[in-house]
Design a protein around this ligand. Structure first.
Ligand SMILES: [Mg+2]
Length: 311
């Protein structure tokens, strides 16, 4: 089991891991966006000169991104984080909905269908909670788990779960999304607080006990993962638990193709929290969009400083 940093939660380690998580989110997003919607076979063909693997931050992809540019996974997380900071560290439904609405008005490079539909619902009704829907089991709410994990670090699990649901339900009101997102939020917190590898694995296994469709061990590799929250977390868990470095787990997950920017962003946050900022490849940090990198760094430290564990 990989252990890049001491697991004891010294204050400076909390900052190191919070920075790793937020930069990891942006890096996974930027890395994965290049191969979003490609199949693993198409990636192997397109990157045959790099040994069949996509492993550098080069932009492009179906969104024609600049090298290092991030997408909705990062910018929606940043919008949520700003709303939390403006609400004195609290995750509030109306403030979250207004932040997402402002984000949508600013014409983001990418937006998910469920996010758009339920933000339009908010505009029409003023109600910052989407109607419950069994169909809204996309990964668009769990990709915003990180600011919640940082703001509520050190709180009781029930409070963490409630905070996750509050922001999630603005766009995704669905039990599978809730369970997956709460599990992910708590795993990111475990990693930042220095829990052992076995502790993170136990969390992911408990999710499977609750919702067996999430099974990720002893199942076929989740290749070409869709935007379905179950496929997303299966790919993320398989890559995270099968590798022993930040770099290798992200290369694993994005080369599965499919919704690669979001699997990359989610795994980047989790792995960045586990391995810490110091273990992120410098070539990736150098390639990341400078404005996004600065916002991620500032927000990681501000959210941590406002949390019970960081005060
Ligand atoms: Mg995206």
């Amino acid at each position: 089991m990989p252990s890049a940093l001491p697991r004891k939660p010294e204050p400076e380690l909390l900052g190191e891991r919070a920075l790793g998580a937020y930069l990891g989110l942006a890096l996974g997003d930027a890395l994965g966006a290049t191969v979003e919607f490609l199949t693993p076979r198409e990636i192997r063909q397109q990157f045959s000169r790099q040994g069949g693997l996509h492993k550098d931050i080069t932009g492009g992809g179906w969104l024609h991104l600049k090298p290092g540019q991030v997408t909705d996974d990062t910018t929606m997380s940043l919008a949520l984080g700003e709303a939390i900071l403006a609400s004195a560290g609290q995750v509030e439904a109306l403030a979250s909905a207004q932040a997402f609405d402002a984000w949508m008005r600013a014409k983001p490079v990418d937006i998910g269908n469920t996010v758009r539909r339920n933000l339009v619902h908010f505009r029409r009704t003023g109600i910052p909670e989407a109607p419950e829907s069994e169909h809204d089991a996309g990964n668009g709410a769990i990709m915003r788990a990180l600011p919640v994990a940082l703001a509520t670090l050190g709180q009781e699990e029930a409070q963490v779960a409630a905070a996750f649901r509050t922001q999630a339900h603005v766009t995704h009101n669905n039990p599978l999304s809730d369970a997956g997102g709460i599990c992910l939020t708590l795993m990111i917190q475990d990693a930042i607080l220095g829990a052992p590898w076995t502790g993170l694995k136990a969390r992911a296994r408990a999710l499977v006990t609750q919702f067996p469709e999430y099974a990720w061990e002893n199942t076929r590799p989740q290749e070409n993962p869709s935007g379905y929250v179950v496929h997303t977390l299966q790919a993320v868990f398989q890559a995270f638990f099968a590798t022993d470095s930040f770099e290798s787990c992200l290369i694993d997950v994005v080369n599965r193709g499919g919704d690669a920017d979001t699997t990359g962003a989610i795994l980047g946050a989790l792995a960045g929290a586990w391995y810490g900022h110091a273990h992120i490849p410098p070539r990736w940090l150098k390639a990341l969009d400078k404005t996004a990198a600065t916002r991620c760094r500032d927000q990681a430290l501000s959210l941590l400083a406002g949390s019970p564990a960081g005060r």
